[in-house]
Write a protein that binds this ligand. Structure first.
Ligand code: FE2
Length: 291
């Protein structure tokens, strides 16, 4: 799982370091070097499974007609609504033959290097816990419902699967050049909070929206946020908030548009180019797209 809440300010020019770079935190006890842990599905309680079923039923009803077809198809082929928290082994048996992706269990948020390394190898890290019934709409960290229900259906689509792997590779490169805060904005405004136009209507494809009871409606129906057309340069310049509903949702015309733009862009050159242009407030990111 990944919560890209980096400081949005541009990185300072790199001075000669006076102290060694901080070491990446060690994995917690019981986790492997890549922070994965045994799934231990048997440790989930009946209450945990009840929470999953409650969230699943509520969110599927809420999403009806609001999500892109690829998301709905992914839910169907992965059979995520089979009852109770899915076993990752069973989920992977359906996911891996389709796109080569697997879901791996991690104990919580993982370091950026670890997260993007997993993506680059077509592994999606999912939190090995679920929220309590008393906190259905409040999450300090993404849990298995957000990670599996929100993200995995789209990973069953070959175009999105390829895009996510390339994002992983781009993330690792961005870490190496101090540009991760730029790449994080692309991740944020597509993978987490992306909207798409489909058959003339706005639909959800971002996991942060697909798994959120409140924001999935807000993103499509509210007059408050802007919905500018996807523009990679604008996305890289636009700040975001990770602790409130977004004030801006970028709209792609198709996944082909997103992939073609990504594949045809020199990201390191763009990172450099936008440094001199300054950041944008999400409310100023562009003209809204009419729903
Ligand atoms: Fe997420």
């Amino acid at each position: 799982m990944f919560k890209p809440d980096f400081v949005a300010a541009a990185p300072a020019p790199a001075p000669v370091p006076l102290t060694p770079a901080p070491l990446m935190p060690a994995p917690p006890p019981g986790a492997a070097a890549d922070w994965t842990v045994p799934e231990r599905w048997d440790k989930f309680t009946a209450e945990d499974h009840r929470v999953w079923d409650l969230l699943f039923a509520r969110q599927q009803e809420r999403l009806a007609g609001r999500a892109v077809r690829d998301f709905e198809d992914g839910l169907d082929v992965l059979r995520l609504g089979h009852g109770g928290i899915p076993r990752l082994s069973e989920l992977n048996a359906r996911l891996e033959p389709r796109t080569g992706w697997t879901v791996v269990a991690v104990p919580g948020l993982v370091p950026d290097e670890i997260f993007f390394d997993h993506l680059s190898k077509r592994r999606f890290p999912a939190g090995n816990f679920i929220r309590s019934a008393a906190q259905l709409d409040y999450l300090e960290e993404p849990d298995i419902f957000h990670d599996v229900f929100g993200h995995v259906p789209m990973l069953a689509q070959p175009r999105v699967a390829d895009f996510m792997q390339k994002l992983g590779e781009a993330g690792l490169r961005a870490i190496g050049t101090g540009a991760l805060h730029r790449l994080a904005r692309l991740y944020w405004y597509t993978v987490e909070f992306g909207l798409a136009r489909e058959d003339g209507a706005l639909k959800i494809y971002g996991a942060g929206l697909a798994s959120s009871f409140g924001e999935c409606g807000f993103s499509l129906d509210s007059a408050e946020p802007g919905r500018p057309p996807f523009d990679l340069r604008q996305v890289l310049r636009t700040r975001y908030k990770s602790d409130a509903f977004q004030r801006c949702y970028f709209v792609i015309e198709s996944f082909e548009q997103l992939l073609d733009t990504f594949a045809g862009s020199d990201l390191p050159a763009l990172y450099q180019a936008v440094e001199s242009e300054g950041d944008l407030d999400p409310a100023e990111a562009g003209e809204p797209v009419q729903a």
